[in-house]
Design a protein around this ligand. Sequence first.
Ligand code: GDP
Ligand code: MN
Length: 391
Amino acid sequence: MNIHEYQAKEILSGYDIPVPRGRVALTADQVERAAKMMGGRCVVKAQIYAGGRGKAGGIKLVPHPEQAHEVAKELFGKRLVTPQTGPEGLKVRRILVEEPVDIGREFYLSITLDRSTSRYCLIASAEGGMDIEETAQKSPDKIQQMTIDPFTGLRPYQARKIALGLGLKGDLCEDCVQLILNLYRCCLEKDCSLVEINPLVVTRADWLLAMDAKITFDDNALFRHWEYHDMIDYSQMDPLEIAAGKFDLAYIKLDGNIACMVNGAGLAMATLDVLKESGGEPANFLDVGGGATREKVAEAFKIILQDKEVEGVFVNIFGGIMRCDVIAQGIIEAAGEVQCTLPIVVRMDGSQVEEGKRLLTGSGLKVQCVDSLGQGASSIVEMLKAEKGEG
Ligand code: GDP
Ligand code: MN
């Protein structure tokens, strides 16, 4: 789960990590008033669920409050396209107004879950700021990485090693050690999969300050943080992913034209792989779960069909616990409701499979039942080709 920069800064601030004074605004008038509160000069920052805003015109240094009004009017409602958003961009609905800072040096600092070691990893670089991706590519030696042992936790001497590695000395070094330890405490207590400060700056007056902040919460821990729910900004999320969340379906939109409905995350991944190998392009990842009901299957089917790019559907359900006739009923019900005329290939196996196939074949849908995953993948690809007159 993502949150906005201003929310991340509020959390960091609760861990004694210094952030610039600022206010979040929803209208251009509010932006102007906030600018006056900052003393006239201010930084106007578009709040979207993506980084790379600086280079996309989402961060503006503004000398007068009236100008803040103008800049805000231009930003509100605009779709910011950054390397992290995809071509359609993300709409700006909230703006953070902050006091401007005279930057001395910019660092990169983050703690993230490293899935290969199953541990948190501390990452730091003295070459922080907007070009950190380039630094990581071209001079990875300029980036320090440290795996954190979950039993000992992060020790002060380890944080000091990182701070010294950033070239900090004396009080500033000790402040940075404290900041790093606080960041780790925040990461653990708030169940984050990422906490990132980029840039962490040393101001011209020699203070450490978190100028930008990004926090991602671990979705698997959301059940113990009910307070996070109110922080979600649905305007920043894909509407289909929101709908899927309501029915507890794991859905991720992809770029292709073949909608996929599968039970089990592993089988869903395998299905996408095999589909790709057969020359098909999956439109989504969707796991309906192990004990999916007829209603859930029907909702899932409706969600995958809402994607405008979809031209065909591939259902791959391994029964076992699920009864195939129930699945078939769910599909028929949903297809009828949304008047689906697209080609559908269904690969089912498990309990009541014959009854399931009989129901589907007699349903009047443009459906083909197959027995194996490989056969199913090539069938849907062939059916689409035939539809386009290429078969
Ligand atoms: P991002 O591009 O989405 O990561 O947005 P950031 O919040 O990191 O801002 C991008 C860049 O704008 C930073 O790396 C800074 O160099 C610059 N910036 C942001 N706020 C200020 C400020 O108050 N003063 C100055 N001088 N530069 C700023
Ligand atoms: Mn940044």
